[in-house]
Design a binder for this molecule. Structure first.
Ligand SMILES: *Cc1c(COP(=O)(O)O)cnc(C)c1O
Length: 396
């Protein structure tokens, strides 16, 4: 064995001993509510496809048509020869939807976050982050070399305190909707603390709205729209296409100057192949459908209310449902063994729910991450609730 192989075995064995090895189940059908996975039919409550767009007719037919016109691959980076009319139209659609001057496309949200931080921050700057921010925001901060200041979850006062002790340029970065908790970031409070500290001039508020877009706000324009904040208050908006929008890729939207700066200097933008133009076209179709999908958002909110109503029953079974007005319903079970046992019992009963454990969340907050979708029927959600209550009772 080489020294590398020895190291890999050591790392893998340690993970295995902790019972934290991860694996993927294999879907045999399209992403959706009723799926066949590893040879069995089940009801899916693990997906980020909150509006059922990933396998929708509107998105599929837009993709098929665009494939006829543009083919599949983009062929190069945007600045070489990979930028097509579909990309151009998608950025225009995003600008109109989110009320911003300009936008830039990326192949993934992870990459978009790396680009923002690497490009906008230097080693002398500061990056203020909510403790529960997505891993890609943390990694972007590391790539930038800026000084980290992490504040307690959703705690604008804690941010204020950190701001008062720094005087350089900085970005305050937050998930719009927290991916493992489902709560909405207190954007107005964060912005008013920036103002309070007289730091508006030297501080950018940035929102990663992977889980808010499509679900929250007028026309589903996301968390910033939900809070009715302006582009001046939240100058940097990042969003992803792989969740409620049901395709793949991501964008950053903001002022003309911001986007021009990213275009020129963001290495994760410059040195990578452009998103497939056909995917870009499918994304336009999805966004247009989502902007008028009030009925689907209403259906989703009905499911969310139903879940909130279960809260006391769940609490009696020692399961804490975190406050959430979004599709993400986190049920904290604390013990890792219990979390796995309940997730497995649900799986055996035909329900697919994510069991989230360290290192994704802290050790004492293991949870089931129940993802609701407008494509679920009331009956689907009721059946999950019954299975959940009985699984919790069987695994106290
Ligand atoms: C999923 C997610 C990302 C990454 O986006 P991808 O397009 O999947 O790479 C970034 N931020 C948050 C909050 C996410 O949930």
């Amino acid at each position: 064995m080489t020294q590398f192989q020895q190291r890999w075995h050591r790392q893998l064995d340690a993970r295995k001993t902790e019972q934290r090895l991860r694996f993927h189940r294999t879907l045999e059908t399209a992403q959706g509510i009723n799926v066949t996975v590893d040879g069995r039919a089940c009801l899916n409550f693990a997906s980020n496809d909150y509006l059922g767009m990933a396998n929708s007719d509107v998105v599929k037919s837009a993709l098929a048509q665009a494939t006829e016109r543009y083919g599949v691959g983009s062929g190069a980076s945007h600045l070489i020869c990979g930028h097509s009319q579909a990309h151009e139209e998608l950025t225009a659609e995003i600008c109109e939807w989110t009320g911003r001057e300009s936008a830039l496309l990326f192949s993934s949200g992870y990459q978009a976050n790396l680009a923002i931080m690497q490009c906008l921050l230097t080693r002398d700057d500061f990056i203020f982050q909510d403790r529960l921010n997505h891993a890609s925001l943390l990694d972007g901060g590391l790539l930038s070399g800026a000084r980290f200041r992490r504040y307690a979850h959703a705690d604008a006062q804690a941010l204020s305190h950190l701001l008062s002790k720094t005087d350089g340029l900085g970005i305050v970065a937050t998930d719009g909707v927290f991916s493992m908790d489902g709560d909405v970031a207190p954007l107005p409070a964060l912005f008013s603390e920036i103002k309070e500290q007289g730091a508006e001039d030297r501080t950018l508020l940035m929102v990663d709205d992977a889980h808010g877009l499509g679900v929250l706000g007028h026309q589903g324009a996301g968390t910033v729209a939900y809070h009715q904040l302006t582009p001046k208050e939240v100058p940097v908006l990042m969003g992803t296409f792989g969740k409620a929008i049901g395709t793949a890729g991501a964008f950053v939207a903001g002022s003309q100057t911001l986007i021009e700066t990213l275009t020129q200097f963001a290495r994760p933008y410059v040195y990578t192949t452009a998103l497939s133009p056909a995917i870009a076209a499918a994304t336009i179709a999805s966004i247009r459908a989502i902007r008028t999908a009030d009925a689907q958002r209403q259906q989703l909110h009905t499911h969310i209310h139903f879940f909130n109503y279960l809260k006391p029953m769940l609490a009696e079974l020692n399961a804490q449902l975190l406050p959430s007005q979004t599709a993400i319903q986190a049920l904290v079970l604390e013990g890792e063994q219990r979390t796995l046992a309940v997730a497995d019992a649900l799986w055996q009963a035909g329900f697919w729910v994510g069991a989230i454990r360290p290192p994704t969340v802290p050790t004492d907050t293991c949870r089931l991450r129940i993802a609701l979708s407008s494509a679920h029927s009331q009956d689907d959600v009721t059946r999950l609730a019954e299975a959940l209550l009985s699984a919790l009772a069987a695994h106290p």
